[in-house]
Write a protein that binds this ligand. Sequence first.
Ligand SMILES: [Zn+2]
Length: 350
Amino acid sequence: MNVDLLKRLSEARGIPGQEDHVRAIVREELAGMGEMRTDAMGNLIVHKKGTGGPGARRIMIAAHMDEIGFVVKFIDDKGFLRLHALGGFDMRQLASQRVHVQTRDGVLPGVLMLTSKPKHMMAPGEDAKASTLDDFFVDVGLSGEQAKEQVAIGDMVTMDRTFRTMGDLMTGKAMDDRCAVFVMIEALKALGEHACDVYAVATVQEEIGLRGAAASGWSVQPDVAVALDVTLANDIPGLPEALHVTKLGLGTAIKVLDGSLICHPKVVAHFRRVAETKGIPHQMELLTAGGTDAGAIQKLHGGIPAFTLSIPCRYIHTVNETVHKTDVQASIDLLARWIENAHEGDYAYD
Ligand SMILES: [Zn+2]
């Protein structure tokens, strides 16, 4: 497995609307695969031609490049920054994180802190509780004058967290959804002969409402769409098995539904069949809340058969998003084998 590529994708900085660093990596990795274009929103669309023939159709694969993060919304006279969130971090996870502030001239290191008395000054039983992002600020170590000169309103702020492997697991920030971008790139590289035309789309602005998928899904107008995203693996101490959703290490996850879509049952069945025939480890997934790019694409052009293939991930929307090598490889394998077989799929109801 090309762990170095996944590390580069995870550590790249890219919030909704500012995905440039990630797009540059994807463009470089998929160069030569086919015709490539970036649309007006920033979606990168790569068209890999199929051999054609019976059953050949247009298939769209979508993986989002953006990560949850922040933009600077205010700089005070002492040089402290206040933030606006793009995407949903769990507030409990934010205190005392290191961050990167991407300015016009380069990256500033900073620390994300909670407006609070230090522990030493608290009464027994008193505790600092963060309720909103306005309880936090960023210290970049600059005076008010320096900060206002170097930082601009709207500058991107992302978590400063390096990728690492631990045992069979790989952990870092933004595995949602860079891990899926990685799966899309590696599946395209691993593809054998395929009849269908493949449109691989690295989408933008998923975390704030599946916006890039709606735009690119409209222009591609596929006959079937597959989104790639991480899903919850709640197989951790203290959570009952009924709430696990998926478990790390059991394979790629075939989604039945999430908060944004009911996966097309015939596409679900086809993915299952391919996984079973090819002996690819897999598990079924039902996610009661949260959405994926497929949710936006399915509603276009009078309806498009849509499905999401998921990668189980622990600690989603924290800086320690963690996946298992077996599941990542199984996702690559299943996506590639399905694309090779997609011309045999029959997704019509009548
Ligand atoms: Zn995601």
